[in-house]
Design a protein around this ligand. Structure first.
Ligand SMILES: CC(C)(COP(=O)(O)OP(=O)(O)OC[C@H]1O[C@@H](n2cnc3c(N)ncnc32)[C@H](O)[C@@H]1OP(=O)(O)O)[C@@H](O)C(=O)NCCC(=O)NCCS
Length: 195
């Protein structure tokens, strides 16, 4: 099975939204919740902004079907959501190996989503590394956050990528890990094969 990685275009929005709403908190099935969910309810308008202003939507396709997406964008783009306004305000509360993190030298990655049928098969590492590589020419540092109740996402990101926990924080009664990495610091080539 071949995996194709690409930067999404406007033509991909409908398929990405279909994948997104399968695992978004308001529409995910009860049985899938334990493997993580996405909180933000993205609209077509949000995604077209992400694509046209930021070139920040990355997708993985198998047999021409989108099976994963990852988002990445400037803090200016994310500032339309209160959660990110909070993160921006507190960007300087931690460093990455003594490097100061600013709105100019960093961007925010996430959410990421992998279709349930291909989880645990290396698709996560492919889409993560692809998004990181694409953003590395624009920013030296990537920042993200993971809800402490999303154990699967935390395990995947801390075991299979170069991200490290740099702080924790609370927002809207949820507890989060704050993570960061240098964008040129790809952990390793994908070790797993897609079968
Ligand atoms: C989070 C996500 C992108 C990770 O991709 P994935 O393909 O599922 O990741 P993997 O299966 O390769 O890695 C997950 C790891 O967590 C482990 N894991 C899963 N559930 C676990 C649990 N309850 N406790 C401890 N470890 C757990 C898995 O065993 C695996 O580690 P292993 O490969 O060493 O066994 C995917 O599960 C997903 O899209 N979830 C729904 C949306 C989401 O939560 N997105 C992230 C938030 S923005």
């Amino acid at each position: 099975m071949n995996i194709e990685l690409k930067t999404a275009t406007l033509a991909d929005i409908d398929e990405v939204l279909a994948l997104h709403y399968k695992y978004q908190v308001d529409t995910i099935s009860e049985e899938d919740k334990a493997d993580g969910f996405i909180t933000t309810a993205f609209t077509e308008e949000h995604l077209s902004g992400l694509i046209t202003q930021e070139n920040g939507l990355f997708v993985a396709c198998i047999n021409q079907k989108i099976v994963a997406y990852a988002m990445a964008a400037s803090w200016a783009f994310w500032s339309q959501w209160p959660m990110f306004q909070f993160m921006i305000k507190n960007l300087d509360d931690s460093t990455l190996s003594n490097h100061i993190i600013t709105q100019e030298n960093s961007y925010q990655y996430g959410p990421v989503c992998v279709e349930k049928s291909v989880r645990g098969k290396g698709v996560f590492e492919y889409i993560f590394n692809y998004a990181l590589e694409e953003m590395s020419s624009r920013y030296p540092v990537m920042v993200t956050f993971i809800n402490k109740i999303n154990i699967r996402s935390f395990e995947a990101h801390t075991k299979k990528t170069c991200l490290e926990v740099i702080n924790t924080f609370k927002f809207n009664n949820n507890n989060y890990y704050k993570l960061a990495c240098h964008t040129k610091n790809k952990k390793s080539p994908n070790s797993q094969e897609i079968d």
